[in-house]
Design a protein. Structure first.
Length: 494
């Protein structure tokens, strides 16, 4: 039972650390909600929440790009970095407890947010070196998230019950204690794999694969919807003077949906690819939000809250798996920071849009529908195009085309020998796809040019590199790819 909850012996300390962190995060959330939202009038609470969002999230755009490179420098000591992040979060909670309702409170809140994002990025960098099988990445992500959501949900209820007696400052001190537990658990992490070092060109290419970029755009749409929904829900319910149990039921529904998403993610991953899971995540809340335009009842509101929670968890797990499988270990910290910053900023944008305006529930559903429907259509088209592009690039003939593009770049940079060798290599790859290419007389000329380029004692005459690239281009135009699913377009490379 223990292993089902926390995973393998290698993964268990990380799971326990983030379970304690889920408890601490819940206490912090309840304390902030109690001090910034429920204890003030609706208009005053809007101003306080908007100030909190602007003061804490806006600087994140400046500091977050520094997180990834810093983590990369300590990629061989990720256990220590993880423990240090949790310890800093504990100290910051104590600082928040001592500065509540003071201006310095927002500075400590910003620091807590930045260190929290760093802690999440370290987790993303640790999981791939704690999990041997890449196909288990979604399961590992989901297990940690599921445990954190379960503990966080229970802790949130405990925090609400304790808030009246120990107030926000007491909850913040309990959060600090929970973060100390995370620190101890993180110290016990023992990575078995050694992060490898790769060329920066490979890092850039893998992190900018079309499926990764398109997937991040899909998750950005999901995160923007989550930010808008959470804040418009809170202010809409308060303006309508709904009883307190409706708040609690909506939060339970959202958390329950997120928990179900973490359970479904590994099961769905065995049947679908990561881009398909992101599409499912966008589609899940679309239909009920459209029905919500006609009228929002309490059951429908709870259903929408649950599906939005499921959408956020499922989409994030799928993208994490996609990024972890494609990005080399050496740059995962930097990559996660880049994408996490974008996700946090679009979440904040949705929250900032929802906070100062007053909309009826039906109008809020219309805004969500106007976000989900175009996002789903655009994502499906872009994801399909990205998949086709990558499949063609991985085909032998696609690799030949890319090598020819490299030769043309070398020619433009006046690297004649490199251009000749790349051009000849492109034709060699094309010959694998269509052996008839090797029967052309131009192949013999290209081979002579390559031999001359490889001989440092042979002088390369002006125009030889251009002739080699021209020969390679004409030979590739005669080749036919093997796969009938990847027809030749017939267009020129340049």
């Amino acid at each position: 039972m223990w292993r089902v909850g926390v995973g393998s012996s290698e993964l268990a300390p990380l799971s326990v650390a983030h379970a304690f962190a889920g408890m601490a995060d819940a206490f912090v959330t309840v304390s902030l909600a109690g001090s910034l939202f429920f204890n003030l009038s609706p208009d005053a609470s809007r101003k306080q929440v908007l100030l909190y969002l602007i003061v804490t999230v806006a600087p994140l755009a400046i500091f977050a790009p520094l997180i990834g490179p810093t983590i990369d420098r300590f990629r061989h000591r990720l256990r220590l970095v993880s423990a240090a992040c949790f310890l800093l979060r504990a100290l910051l909670c104590l600082a928040l407890a001592g500065t509540l309702f003071q201006l310095s409170f927002y500075g400590f809140a910003l620091a807590l947010l930045v260190i929290g994002k760093a802690s999440g990025i370290v987790k993303q960098a640790l999981i791939p070196i704690l999990v041997v099988d890449a196909s288990e990445l979604v399961g590992a992500n989901a297990r940690i998230s599921r445990l954190g959501s379960f503990v966080g949900g229970i802790s949130g209820g405990i925090g609400v019950a304790l808030l009246h007696n120990i107030h926000a400052t007491g909850l913040l001190r309990l959060a600090a204690l929970a973060y100390v537990g995370s620190t101890i658990a993180a110290w016990r992490i023992q990575p078995t794999a050694v992060p490898e070092t790769v060329l920066s060109e490979v890092e850039y290419a893998e992190l900018h694969l079309p499926t990764v970029v398109v997937g991040s755009v899909g998750v950005m749409a999901i995160r923007a919807a989550v930010g808008f929904f959470v804040f418009t829900l809170a202010f809409t319910l308060r303006r309508a003077s709904e009883p307190a149990w409706v708040y609690g039921a909506a939060l339970v529904a959202y958390g329950g949906g997120a928990y179900v998403g973490s359970i479904l993610a590994p099961w769905l991953r065995r049947r679908f690819q990561d881009p398909q899971l992101i599409a499912m995540a966008i589609a899940a809340p679309t239909v009920p939000t459209v029905f919500g335009i006609l009228g929002v009842s309490r059951p429908l509101l709870l259903a929408i809250a649950g599906l939005i929670g499921l959408s956020g968890t499922l989409g994030r797990h799928a993208f994490d798996s996609l990024l972890q499988a494609r990005a080399p270990v050496a740059v995962r910290g930097r990559a996660a920071a880049r994408y996490e910053t974008r996700f946090q900023l679009v979440w904040a944008l949705g929250a900032v849009i929802a906070t100062p305006i007053t909309l009826p529930a039906e109008a809020s559903m219309a805004v969500l529908s106007a976000l989900y429907i175009p996002a789903l259509i655009v994502y499906l088209r872009a994801s399909n195009a990205a998949t086709i592009f990558e499949e063609k690039s991985l085909d032998v003939f696609g690799l030949a085309e890319r090598r020819l593009v490299s030769a043309e770049g070398a020619l433009d940079g006046r690297l004649d020998r490199v251009a000749i060798v790349d051009a000849a290599a492109a034709v060699d790859l094309a010959r694998l796809a269509d052996p008839a290419v090797g029967e052309q007389l131009a192949c013999a000329d290209l081979d002579e040019l390559r031999n001359a380029a490889l001989d440092p004692d042979t002088e390369i005459i002006d125009g030889d590199a251009g002739r080699a690239v021209g020969l390679a281009r004409s030979l590739l135009s005669l080749a036919q790819p093997r796969s009938p699913a990847l027809p030749r377009t017939g267009r020129r490379i340049r």
